[in-house]
Design a protein around this ligand. Sequence first.
Ligand code: PLP
Length: 430
Amino acid sequence: MNPFTYHHGELHAEDTPLAAIAQQVGTPFYCYAQEALEERYRRLAAACAESGTKIAYAVKANGNLAVIATFARLGAGADIVSGGELQRALAAGVPADRIVFSGVGKTTAEIDMALEHGVGQLNVESEDELADISRVAASRGTQAPIALRVNPDVAAGGHDKISTGRKTDKFGVAFDRAAELYARAAADTHLAPRGLAIHIGSQIHDISAFETAIDRLVVLRGHIRDAGHAVPHLDLGGGLGVAYDGGEDMPPAPYGGLLARVAAETGAELTIEPGRWLVAGAGLLVGQVLATKDAGDRRFVIVDAAMNDLIRPALYEASHPVWPVKKPPENAATDVITLAGPVCESTDVLARDVALSGVGTGDLVAIGMAGAYGAVLSSGYNGRRLVPEVMVRGRDFTVVRRRPTYEESMALDSLPEWMAGPDGAERGVA
Ligand SMILES: *Cc1c(COP(=O)(O)O)cnc(C)c1O
């Protein structure tokens, strides 16, 4: 289900015209379609039903409280990678015992916070971290539920920069060290090892990559069990791919079939950690055209959205679809344009060589497939205010993160004490 369609010549999010949101909120803004979020979650949950696999939504794909809460109300847990994401997941109503704390480096304070709130599982990514978690659990007089994230040495993922499961990547503990570390954890009174975890990358379309990695994990589980340790839980990570080119997202059914096979063969409880698949297609970024111009043989459309709002094209060479908010007449000439933002960087290009007809100064354009790794990666570069986020439900919409005022954008800055007041001038720093 595509929540963004034209009615009466106007692009809508569900039943709400995007132009109406722009008029009230201003541009640029992110827009999420809540019924689409729910529909995607339900489809994946249906594929997971046979295996009883639990879904822990990867908060880093879109950490807006309203988005997390939408999934939490449908029964999702959360996969988090920082103390900040822990606070967000809890604030959005995710029960602590359904939270998985992933991430390649956790501070002592973050581990302590996780244990204080009783998260369900900490995924351990190194020997040092295993020792840290044990120490923090000891200081709290408790036992930390952990899983060992192993690196299965499988190359997967849509781009070199989003592959995580090769042995040269920084993630996980080396496969051949895992059994020994698991035994060490089992012998530690402050650690309760409950399973193994993998996450091999993002934007994966080829189910055989998942299959290869999971099969290796199952073999490792066998070795660890042979050594006398229980491994009741397998956490199979996220990474389900979506189509940025108008094609099909990874279909959940074959993946669900794989999970069912693994559950049947191992009897283990399974968890997956999808992020992108649940949110990408349910969100878009809307900007307004500031200018159009020709440079060399290129036609540029300059919009008020920029790389600080959506960095994926600059960071990963990602491509996103672009749609005019007002449907062009059937006979309009198609321009091949480059959509660029106002930021002072040549990489501030949101879409290269895309077909866009009938768009001029003042018109609105929507950048599609922007629900994942969009607003969460935004910054205030060039003194730009953080982009607001809007949630649509049918005919209703509401701002779920407002645009800060300029004062708020500067509120965390301060002058050094020695520059304040008349003294500063005397010392020549004013
Ligand atoms: C990023 C991440 C995910 C989610 O990945 P998607 O590609 O968004 O599904 C899941 N688990 C871990 C450990 C991650 O780092």
